[in-house]
Write a protein that binds this ligand. Structure first.
Ligand code: 9D3
Length: 228
């Protein structure tokens, strides 16, 4: 899968995607990643990427020209992308289902928004969709882009070593939260481990885990139990 990310903080994005499971997928070539510095697509001496909003108001807005120029170059060098995603607080909410859909595409371009926003012509005439990672205000789209790539990379066959681990992910399994996990030691600072987990009775362990998952979901995420 080809992924191109356009950002004013290429070092931040590159560093994060070099680590862990995603880092391994990039190193092995399963993900063909390129990170582009938006400032490389400016034509003025000062490499300015933002400007004041027409109509007034606080903050700055990302200019359209460098973003369009970046996608033009990506198209020439890498081919026509399957999707051009703008990170935006008013985009579609990222869910496990959205990550699964994106993971099946062959070439993604992700444009990281910044400042108070992005010129609307980018949203209307360059991006094919806009994605938010949730209802909290961040300083820009870099962390959302990283979240998106991490979530979708896990869904690409072979990226996570243990397929059972992906199939068992919360939200993938059956819409329930995870059951509690324990490892050694069996007693730690006076706190034990539920006896059933040490019993070796696999059917009982399964039953206990299911019941714990249900109980936690009821307590912390009742919305997941309502059918919709
Ligand atoms: C909703 C806040 N906006 C009020 C007019 C201004 C604004 C604040 C911060 C616009 C953009 C940003 C920067 N945030 C993102 O670019 C962003 C984001 C986020 O803040 N939360 C969740 N997902 C995302 S995806 C991109």
């Amino acid at each position: 899968m080809k992924i191109d990310i356009v950002t004013i903080f290429p070092a931040m994005v590159t560093a994060a995607l070099a680590e862990g499971i995603v880092g391994r997928a990039v190193a092995s070539g399963v993900i063909d990643l390129r990170v582009h510095d938006l400032r490389d697509f400016t034509t003025d001496r000062r490499h300015v990427v933002d400007d004041m909003p027409f109509g007034g108001g606080p903050g700055m807005v990302l200019k359209p020209e460098p973003l369009f120029a970046a996608v033009d170059q990506i198209r020439e060098e890498r081919g026509i992308p399957s999707a051009v995603i703008l990170t935006s607080p008013d985009g579609e909410r990222l869910t496990h289902a959205v990550a699964a859909r994106l993971s099946a595409l062959d070439h993604l371009v992700i444009l990281c928004g910044r400042y108070e926003g992005v010129d609307e012509r980018v949203r209307e005439h360059l991006a094919t969709e806009a994605i938010s990672i949730g209802d909290y205000v961040l300083s820009g789209g870099e962390l959302p882009a990283l979240v998106m790539v991490d979530a979708l990379a896990r869904q690409i066959p072979g990226v996570v070593g243990d397929a059972a681990s992906v199939a068992g992910d919360t939200f993938a399994r059956d819409g329930l939260l995870d059951f509690p996990q324990y490892t050694r030691p069996a007693e730690f600072r006076g706190h034990g481990v539920p006896a059933v987990l040490l019993s070796g009775h696999h059917a009982e362990i399964e039953k206990w885990r299911r019941q714990q998952a249900l109980e936690r979901t009821r307590k912390h995420r009742p919305d997941l139990l309502k059918d919709s």
